[in-house]
Design a protein around this ligand. Structure first.
Ligand SMILES: Cc1cc2nc3c(=O)[nH]c(=O)nc-3n(C[C@H](O)[C@H](O)[C@H](O)COP(=O)(O)O)c2cc1C
Length: 299
C-alpha cells in the first residue's frame, strides 16, 4: 500500500501516486465530441496518479463504436481541452489513449460506408453501429479490406496528427492502443496476419513493424517521454486467436520499445500470462515504467 500511494516521476511528469485509471470506453459522446459529462467524469477521478482516457479514435476510419469521442476534428480537440483543464485544476494528470479499431467496425459508421480496414480480409469482433433497421446496437463487424502500403502510411499519419492534437488539447501524453484485438494487434498476430509483404508473414519483426512505425512517428511528433503503449499478450478479445510465438513476439517488442525509451508500457493481463514466465522475462527486457491491468488486487 505504501508503494501504491507513493509518488512517481513518469519521465519527468510527477504523479501523486501509482494508481492508474485503466482506459474505459464510455460511448457517451453524441457526435463523437467530449461534452460536459465527459469533463465531470474525468474531473471526479483526478486523484488517481494518472488517468488514461477511454479509447479515442484517431480517425473516422478508426472508429468501431458509436458515440466514442475522437481527436481528429478541431471541435473535438477544443472539447478535450476543457477535460484536461479540469483534470489539471485538481492537480491530476491525463493521457489520451489513441485508438484505431481496424476490422472491429461496421460499414454503417465508416466514411462513405466503405469496409473497415485490417491486415487481411477476415471479419471478427462486434461493432457498436447501426443495424439493418438503422438502430444503434452491438452487431457483427463487417468484412474488412486488407490495407495496402499506402493505407498503412496513412494510418501512421493519423496517429501522428492525433498525437499533435493531443498536445494542443493539453494532454500530458498519449497511450498508443496496440492491445485488445484492434488494428495494431491485427498485424502483430500471425494467425490473423497472413500477409506476405514487409508488414506480415511469419517473421515477428515484420508483424511488429506497423506498431513500431506508429511509435516512431508519435515519438518524433511529441517526444518519446510523452509516449506510452498498451499491449495484450495472449489476448482473445475481438475473436483474436492464440498463437505459439507469443513470448518471442512480445519480448522482441519489449526490447525494441526499451531502445526507444518511451514513457511506459501498459500490459492488459489475461489468465494465460500468469501461467507463463512472460511477465518476468518482459521485465528483464523493458527497464522503464510498467503498468499492469486486469485482475489486480491492492497487494
Ligand atoms: C466498460 C469497459 C470499457 C473498456 N474500454 C477500454 C478501452 O477503451 N481501451 C482499452 O485498452 N481497454 C478497455 N477496457 C479494458 C480495461 O482497460 C481493463 O484492461 C480490463 O477491464 C481488465 O481490468 P479489470 O480486471 O481490473 O477490470 C475496458 C473495460 C471495460 C470494463
Amino acid at each position: 500500500m505504501q508503494n501504491l500511494l507513493s509518488p512517481l516521476s513518469l519521465k519527468g511528469l510527477p504523479l501523486a501516486n501509482r494508481v492508474v485509471m485503466a482506459p474505459m470506453t464510455r460511448a457517451r459522446s453524441p457526435q463523437g465530441i467530449p461534452d460536459e459529462l465527459t469533463t465531470t467524469y474525468y474531473r471526479q477521478r483526478a486523484s488517481a496518479g494518472l488517468l488514461i482516457t477511454e479509447g479515442v479514435p484517431v480517425s473516422e476510419q478508426g472508429t468501431g463504436y458509436l458515440y466514442t469521442p475522437g481527436i481528429y476534428r478541431g471541435e473535438q480537440v477544443s472539447a478535450w481541452k476543457a477535460v484536461t483543464d479540469n483534470v489539471h485544476a485538481e492537480q491530476g494528470k491525463i493521457v489520451a489513449q489513441l485508438w484505431h479499431v481496424g476490422r472491429v467496425s461496421h460499414r454503417s459508421i465508416q466514411p462513405n460506408a466503405q469496409p473497415p480496414v485490417s491486415s487481411v480480409a477476415l471479419a471478427g469482433g462486434q461493432a457498436f453501429a447501426y443495424d439493418a433497421q438503422g438502430n444503434p446496437g452491438n452487431i457483427p463487424a463487417s468484412e474488412p479490406q486488407a490495407l495496402d502500403e499506402s493505407g498503412i502510411t496513412d494510418i501512421v499519419d493519423q496517429f501522428r496528427v492525433a498525437a499533435r492534437h493531443a498536445m494542443q488539447a493539453g494532454f500530458d501524453g498519449v497511450e498508443i492502443h496496440a492491445a485488445n484485438g484492434y488494428l495494431l494487434e491485427q498485424f502483430i498476430n500471425p494467425k490473423l496476419n497472413k500477409r506476405d509483404d514487409r508488414y506480415g508473414g511469419q517473421s515477428l519483426e515484420s508483424r511488429s513493424r506497423f506498431t513500431l512505425e506508429v511509435v516512431d512517428a508519435v515519438c518524433a511528433e511529441i517526444g518519446a517521454e510523452k509516449v506510452g503503449i498498451r499491449l495484450s499478450p495472449y489476448n482473445q478479445i475481438g475473436d483474436m486467436p492464440l498463437f505459439d510465438d507469443t513470448p518471442q513476439t512480445y519480448l522482441y517488442l519489449a526490447e525494441q520499445l526499451n531502445q526507444r525509451d518511451i514513457a511506459y508500457i501498459h500490459l492488459a493481463l489475461t489468465e494465460k500470462v500468469h501461467q507463463t514466465s512472460l511477465l518476468s522475462d518482459f521485465r528483464e527486457r523493458w527497464h522503464g515504467v510498467l503498468i499492469l491491468a486486469g485482475g489486480i488486487s491492492a497487494e
